[in-house]
Write a protein that binds this ligand. Structure first.
Ligand code: FAD
Length: 341
């Protein structure tokens, strides 16, 4: 069989990292990325890109931990390399604070991030409305630079990228042997997945270079995440809202909530507002499927539905998707050698 032709649909963090893992895992394949939007116009560009996992209720915790650990290890190596600045990857220390002690004082990811510990009384004095807190160091991706870095690596390995809206995965069956679906919230329409729903998120990006530590309210709604150039202030979680228009009332509310955690933000300048739709599901859809029409078959690997935590687990799920693609290649090679007998 000639080099199998693989189309990855989607150019957010999931599509690009999956394409890269496929190139690394199946070097003899020919990989193409097709997408109707590229950076800076994807949901992934809006994300804060913090590595703090979101919990998927339908996925075993040991698997979520494995995905997070693989992602953390991969990005930690980048953060320690000369690529760190171009890739937008850096370590950031800070605090997660709670108004009352949480049921789970040790989250499942506490031994993956660095230096996880309860906050001291002295640290808690900064947060008079909060009674309990956790201090740790994690990684942050500055999202548009990271996406551009992934694109650059893909192009360097010969991966082609085309602007194309795919209306039906089946339309790709004449051109490609295997299709990988990384369309995020686009999968709602593309494959009619009714289990997938948007959770709208509005964030502010501000100039406040004196803010160096992250602060996250334990309810996950209010957060301050410093990046290399800008600080992301969040946020909102609006289930089933498809609106991509910024809401001025929400902007004020986010700003006030963040100022109540870090009063110096009152002096922040150059406020930009961004909105994205988290592709949410009970569990990430990471599975093989065979589409079939009139005796013709098209193997598909799905990798979408990462909700609020796509950056935190992207490398782990990309590796698993690449493993599924390798299985598909094995099955295709098996059937083509049987056909020759
Ligand atoms: P997307 O980035 O949406 O990419 C999907 C791609 O598919 C796009 O290129 C799109 O154009 C393409 N596409 C869709 N349909 C089609 C079609 N029919 N044909 C061709 N192309 C198609 N996660 C974290 O881990 N940490 C955070 O701090 C964090 N903060 C967030 C803050 C906000 C406000 C939001 C909204 C999200 C945040 N997330 C965070 C979640 C994260 O952004 C998502 O989980 C992640 O971006 C999903 O990536 P994706 O590649 O699946 O989707």
């Amino acid at each position: 069989m000639e080099a199998p032709k693989i189309a990855v649909v989607g150019a957010g963090v999931i599509g690009l990292s999956t394409a890269l893992c496929i190139v690394e895992t199946c070097p003899s394949s020919s990989v193409t990325v097709l997408s109707d939007q590229f950076s800076p116009n994807t949901t992934s560009d809006v994300a804060a890109g913090m590595l703090i996992p979101h919990t998927y209720p339908g996925t075993p915790i040991h698997l979520q931990k494995q995905w997070f650990k693989e992602t953390f290890t991969y990005l930690f190596a980048i953060s320690n390399s000369t690529e760190a600045s171009e890739a937008g990857i850096h370590l950031v220390s800070g605090w997660q604070v709670f108004k009352s002690t949480p049921k789970e004082e040790l989250p499942f990811w506490s031994d993956v991030v660095l230096g996880f510990r309860p906050m001291s009384e002295a640290e808690l004095q900064k947060f008079p409305q909060h009674r309990f807190g956790q201090a740790f160091t994690t990684l942050k991706c500055d999202c548009p630079p990271y996406l551009l870095w992934l694109e650059k690596r893909l192009k360097a390995t010969g991966v082609q990228m085309y602007n194309r809206k795919v209306a039906d995965l089946w339309e790709l069956h004449r051109e490609y042997d295997i299709v990988v679906n990384c369309t995020g919230i686009g999968a709602h329409q593309l494959v009619g997945d009714k289990k997938l729903f948007p959770v709208r998120g509005q964030v502010l990006q501000v100039h406040a270079p004196w803010v160096k530590n992250f602060i996250r309210d334990g309810d996950g709604l209010t957060y301050i995440y410093p990046g290399i150039h800008r600080v992301t202030l969040g946020g909102t979680r609006e289930k089933e809202s498809w609106s991509l228009s910024p809401d001025p009332g929400t902007t004020k509310d986010i700003f006030d909530r963040c100022c109540s955690l870090e009063a110096s933000l009152q002096e922040a300048q150059d406020i930009k507002v961004k909105v994205g739709l988290r592709p949410s599901r009970q569990c990430v859809r990471l599975q093989r499927e065979i589409l079939s029409q009139g005796g013709v078959k098209l193997p598909v690997v799905h990798n979408y539905g990462h909700g609020a935590g796509g950056f935190s687990v992207h490398r782990g799920t990309a590796k698993e998707a690449a493993r599924l693609v390798r299985e598909c290649i094995g099955a295709l090679q098996g059937s083509s050698s049987r056909a020759k007998l």
